[in-house]
Design a protein around this ligand. Structure first.
Ligand code: HEC
Length: 189
C-alpha cells in the first residue's frame, strides 16, 4: 500500500512538473503522445471516458455542450451518412473526441470514413474508433470545435449505438483544467 502511494505521488509530481513547463519547451517523453492514440474511451459498454485523465471539471458540465448530428430517424442498411460532432464551451482552446458505433451486442457496426489530416482510426478488440489527431485539436471557431466524418451503415438491419466522448480543453497541452463531455445516441432501421 505504501509503495503504491509512493508511486502515485511520484507520478503526480512528474505530471505537475511537466505541466508547469511551457508547451514549446517540453522535451518529448514516453508519455507525451501528441496524436493521443488511445482507444476504448467512448464511455460505451463500460468503457471509461476522457474524464479518467482529464478529471478537473465534472463530466457534462452545463457550461458547454456536445452533439452528434446527422443521424437519421430511420437507419437505411448500407447507406452512407455524414455525421457532425459539435463541441462548444466558452474558452475552448483545444479539443478532441472519440466515437464508436456498435450493435446492441457490442460488436462493431458499419464502416467509418474520415479525413486523415485531423482524425485517426484506431482498432481495439474488433471495434473501430475514430479519434482526433493533434492537427485536429485546433478550435474550428470561437469557443467551439467541429469534426465531420462519414459512416456507412451495416448491410444487415440492426439498431446501432453510437458513443461519443470529447474534451473541451484549455490549450495548455496538459490533461488539467479541461472539461469533458459524453453522450450516447442510437439509430434503428
Ligand atoms: C490515459 C490518460 C488520458 C486519457 C484517457 C485521455 N487523455 Fe487527453 N491528454 C492526456 C495527457 C497526458 C495530455 C497532455 C500531454 C499530451 O498532449 O500528450 C492530454 C492532452 C489532451 C489534449 C490537449 C489539452 C490541452 O489543453 O492542450 C486534448 C484536446 C485531449 N487530451 C483530448 C482527449 C480526449 C478527447 C480524450 C477522450 C476521448 C482524452 N484526451 C483522453 C491523457 C489522456
Amino acid at each position: 500500500m505504501r509503495r503504491l502511494a509512493a508511486i502515485l505521488a511520484a507520478t503526480a509530481a512528474a505530471f505537475a512538473a511537466v505541466a508547469a513547463v511551457p508547451a514549446g519547451e517540453r522535451p518529448a517523453s514516453a508519455w507525451a503522445y501528441p496524436d493521443h492514440p488511445l482507444a476504448g474511451i467512448t464511455g460505451g459498454f463500460g468503457e471509461p471516458t476522457c474524464h479518467s485523465c482529464h478529471f478537473d471539471g465534472p463530466e457534462n458540465d452545463p457550461g458547454g455542450s456536445l452533439e452528434l448530428l446527422g443521424l437519421p430517424d430511420r437507419l437505411q442498411p448500407g447507406r452512407r451518412y455524414e455525421l457532425r460532432i459539435h463541441l462548444r464551451r466558452p474558452g475552448l482552446a483545444a479539443a478532441g473526441f472519440q466515437l464508436s458505433a456498435r450493435t446492441p451486442d457490442g460488436l462493431n457496426a458499419g464502416t467509418w470514413h474520415w479525413p486523415d489530416s485531423t482524425i485517426q482510426h484506431l482498432q481495439q478488440n474488433g471495434i473501430s474508433y475514430l479519434t482526433h489527431r493533434k492537427a485536429g485539436t485546433d478550435p474550428t471557431g470561437t469557443d467551439r470545435s467541429e469534426w465531420v466524418v462519414h459512416w456507412t451503415a451495416p448491410d444487415s438491419a440492426t439498431t446501432v449505438l453510437f458513443h461519443l466522448a470529447a474534451n473541451a480543453a484549455n490549450g495548455d497541452a496538459s490533461e488539467f483544467g479541461d472539461h469533458t463531455y459524453r453522450i450516447g445516441r442510437q439509430a434503428s432501421p
